[in-house]
Design a protein around this ligand. Sequence first.
Ligand code: SF4
Length: 64
Amino acid sequence: MKVAVSQDKCIAAGQCTLHAEAVFEQNEDDGLVVLLEQHPAAEHAEAVRTAARFCPAQAIQIDE
Ligand code: SF4
C-alpha cells in the first residue's frame, strides 16, 4: 500500500488521525494533515482505508 495526502484539499477535520494515528498527524499550527508513513505496515492498512473513507475532503489517496 502506498499513501499520499493532499494538503491543498485538507480542511483539518482530523478524521485521519482519529482512525490511523500511526500513519497521519496534524500540523500543530494549522491542523493540516501530515503523512507519517508513505508505506504503512499491513497491520495499519484497514485503518488507513477507513481514514480515507471518512476524510470529508477526499484528501487521502491510496494505491493498493
Ligand atoms: S481527515 Fe482529511 S481533511 Fe481531515 S485532517 Fe485528515 S486529510 Fe485533512
